[in-house]
Design a protein around this ligand. Structure first.
Ligand SMILES: Cc1cc2nc3c(=O)[nH]c(=O)nc-3n(C[C@H](O)[C@H](O)[C@H](O)COP(=O)(O)O)c2cc1C
Length: 411
């Protein structure tokens, strides 16, 4: 595919040309000056390894925990670790930037999840949106959609069920109403795209291509594939790969594909999607569920079924991130029940390089920004100049050299 110039804007609204690379970026990469913690910076550690492989010696196999210097930051007797903590790190100096591929570089790894933050503009009064890592806007389809019959949401223990049904004004209206605003923001806006056929997805993405203010797309593949009799793209490896491949061929925009938890084993799907050209994966979308009316005369939701989200799904999402991180070598964005810094740290340890906050925003829209500050403070308190050392620490040791599929892209 021919390389194109993509225009991003700075906070001052000044266009900054960014060259879109023709090669796929291969690694989750935090893009700080050192790319690894000061506690672990030895000048030898590669920055192009997958999470959990930082500092791995291909000849000897991997010991992620040792390689990441987690013993150091936890206060072990490592001289490097002790030096770093004695030196102290100013929280303001901690580098939280992350490269999700194809030039999509976030200032920090805390994003807001699709469907829970509107188009970003709705929260302008209460949240300094520019401080977010990125905004994933509401699911966007080719034509306007009314969404499902009400009731469309209900609370559940430790979560909520929603069956909004992708209500949205359609891609043309989204571009017309919001893209101009987004173009003036420093925070990248990623458009969440949905469709009922491959042609739908491709048509939406084609319209988004080259629109200033659109920094990337996230494919919501948890949609019924009309051509396959309503079977979700996300639960069928071939269909997931096919839609990813078609979208990849249609756009140079950074492409994140969002995985569904509603499968027995998500790994083959994640691999197929990565092989089909996704720059990054996000995991997970909601879990299929339902609730009954109070009198138990039938389903509560107008659509019968809804998507479960919130803290209730975190263990499922954590398991999926952990599994997927071991089979793909592209960045993983974790989503599911994040309400506090510990959740973020868990997902990073399981191999994600970024996170999205969803349902918790309804209770506290300022949470994502606080998590950015908390993560920065956490790194500083551990003597880390960047958060890369927190990534992949819970992954099992993997024998053999790091997987490599091409050249790393660095903006
Ligand atoms: C009300 C609501 C609407 C959502 N709409 C979308 C959507 O349009 N597209 C999508 O990919 N995910 C959508 N999601 C799923 C979220 O982006 C996220 O994947 C999920 O809620 C899990 O994260 P959480 O537990 O932090 O909410 C929606 C979730 C909620 C609660």
């Amino acid at each position: 595919m021919k390389a194109k110039k993509r225009v991003m804007t700075t906070s001052a609204g000044v266009p900054t040309p960014k060259r879109t690379p023709t090669v796929r970026k291969i690694k989750p990469a935090w893009v700080g000056p050192s790319s690894v913690s000061s506690a672990t910076t030895s000048g030898k550690r590669p920055t192009t390894t997958r999470p959990g492989e930082v500092g791995a010696d291909p000849a000897r196999g991997m010991d992620p925990i040792a390689a990441l210097g987690i013993g150091d930051v936890a206060g072990s007797a490592s001289p490097d670790g002790l030096r770093a903590s004695r030196a102290g790190i100013d929280a303001g100096m901690v580098d939280l930037s992350v490269d999700l591929g194809r030039g999509l570089v976030l200032e920090n790894p805390v994003m807001v999840a699709s469907g829970t933050f509107g188009y970003g503009v709705e929260y302008g009064e209460v949240v300094d949106v520019e401080r977010l890592g990125a905004i994933c806007c509401k699911g966007t389809t080719l034509r306007p959609r009314q969404g499902n019959r009400p009731p469309r949401v209900t609370e559940t223990p430790a979560g909520m069920l929603n069956s909004i049904g992708l209500q949205n004004p359609g891609v043309d209206a989204v571009i017309e109403r919001y893209a101009g605003l987004w173009a003036g923001w420093r925070v990248p806006v990623i458009v969440n795209v949905a469709g009922e056929s491959i042609d739908d997805y491709v048509a939406v993405v084609r319209r988004l291509e080259s629109v200033p203010g659109v920094a990337g797309v996230e494919l919501n593949i948890s949609c019924p594939n009309v051509g396959k009799g309503g079977l979700q793209f996300a639960i069928d490896r071939d269909a997931a790969a096919a839609v990813t491949r078609a979208v990849r061929a249609a756009t140079d925009l950074p492409l994140i594909v969002k995985l569904s938890p509603n499968v027995a084993d998500v790994r083959p799907i994640a691999q197929a999607v990565a092989d089909a050209g996704a720059d990054a994966l996000s995991a997970i979308n909601t879990l299929s569920g339902m609730a009954l009316r109070a009198d138990r005369t039938g389903p509560f939701l107008g659509n019968t079924y809804g998507g479960l989200s919130g803290p209730a799904i975190k263990p499922v999402a954590l398991r999926i991130v952990y599994e997927v991180a071991q089979v793909v070598d592209i960045p993983i964005v974790a989503i599911g029940g994040i309400t506090c810094l510990d959740d973020v740290l868990d997902y990073l340890a399981a191999g994600a390089v970024a996170v999205q906050v969803g349902t918790a925003i309804f209770a506290d829209p300022t949470l994502p920004i606080r998590l950015v500050d908390d993560l920065r403070a956490e790194c500083a308190s551990r003597g880390l100049a960047a958060y890369g050392a927190l990534v992949g620490t819970a992954l099992p040791q993997r024998p053999g050299p790091p997987v490599s599929k091409g050249a790393e892209y660095r903006p």
